[in-house]
Design a protein around this ligand. Structure first.
Ligand code: FAD
Ligand code: FES
Length: 251
């Protein structure tokens, strides 16, 4: 059941350019699936900020966030021992279909964190996925080694060529190898659309839309699907690849 919980910061350390790795102690029992998110209350800010669960274990929660504005800058200033009020669990998360044998995970920038918890679960089930990650520059890359440590084959593309292959995530040969039977992806909407267009296998896409209320009341995060408008915060953030209606001309 969704509710607020008090978590205590254990570590809040830089991971890549403007990106921080936040470890919290608290009750993670309500979390049920990788790809769910939490809404973080920040002292002095009226609106909570949504952040995906990167990974969790009993009593321990890992979030990874990029400083993009005042809220995330305030979060980066918090120190171990300070308390954070979190609303959780939120969203449906990823579900792993029965019978898949060769999963492919595609992450773009700060869309990468929820794929880590998913990769850990898949690896525990003997389905260590192939992971392809896209970032703008070499300085932005994170989690590549963490995925490799889970036993995943991990490949990186950067637009400046600072690390891995130069180009977009859709340029990586591993993405187009034809060796996979299912995909899971999270990243900016333009990347999700490009990934959907590049792959002819089924999959799930996690949208990190801008949100307002964050709990299904305002339709501020709606996405058109075959089944009508869905609210990313309440009905998502994960949608099936076949249900999304991509708007003409939209990225
Ligand atoms: C379901 C969900 C999961 C998310 N998971 C993560 C995560 O794991 N790690 C992470 O770093 N970020 C994640 N985000 C994005 C994160 O919520 C925003 O970056 C954050 O709320 C910005 O707060 P701020 O006060 O720092 O920025 P603001 O001052 O509110 O905005 C600063 C800039 O960030 C942009 N921005 C704000 N919100 C978003 C958003 N949702 N998507 C894209 N750009 C935005 C604004 O347009 C503006 O340019 C997630 C968002 C959603 C909806
Ligand atoms: S943010 Fe209000 S319905 Fe999703």
């Amino acid at each position: 059941m969704t509710g607020t919980q008090c978590f205590v910061i254990q570590a809040n350390t830089p991971l890549a350019r403007d990106v921080y790795d936040l470890t919290l102690a608290g009750d993670t029992a309500p979390l049920t699936a990788p790809g769910q998110f939490v809404n973080v209350a920040l002292p002095g800010f009226y609106l909570r900020r949504p952040l995906s669960v990167c990974d969790w274990a009993p009593g321990v929660l890992r979030l990874i966030y990029k400083v993009v504005g005042r809220g995330t800058a305030a979060l980066a200033d918090l120190r171990p021992g300070q308390e954070l009020d979190l609303l959780l669990p939120l969203g449906n998360g990823f579900s792993v279909p029965e019978g898949i044998k060769a999963p492919l995970l595609i992450g773009g920038g700060v869309g990468t964190p929820p794929l880590y918890g998913l990769a850990r679960v898949l690896a525990e089930w003997g389905l260590a996925p192939t992971v392809v990650l896209g970032f703008q520059t070499g300085e932005d890359v994170f989690l590549e080694e963490d995925f490799a440590a889970l036993g995943c084959a991990a490949f990186v593309a950067t637009q400046d060529g600072g690390r891995g292959t130069q180009g977009l995530v859709t340029d990586l040969p591993a993405l187009k190898s034809g060796a996979h039977d299912y995909y899971f992806t999270c990243g900016p909407q333009g990347m999700l659309r490009a990934v959907h267009g590049a792959l002819d296998i089924p999959g799930q896409l996690s949208f990190e839309e801008r949100m307002a209320c964050g709990f299904g009341a305002c339709m501020g995060c709606s996405c058109k699907t075959l089944y009508g408008s869905k609210r990313i915060c309440k009905d998502g953030p994960v949608l099936q690849s076949g249900e999304v209606l991509w708007e003409e001309g939209a990225q």
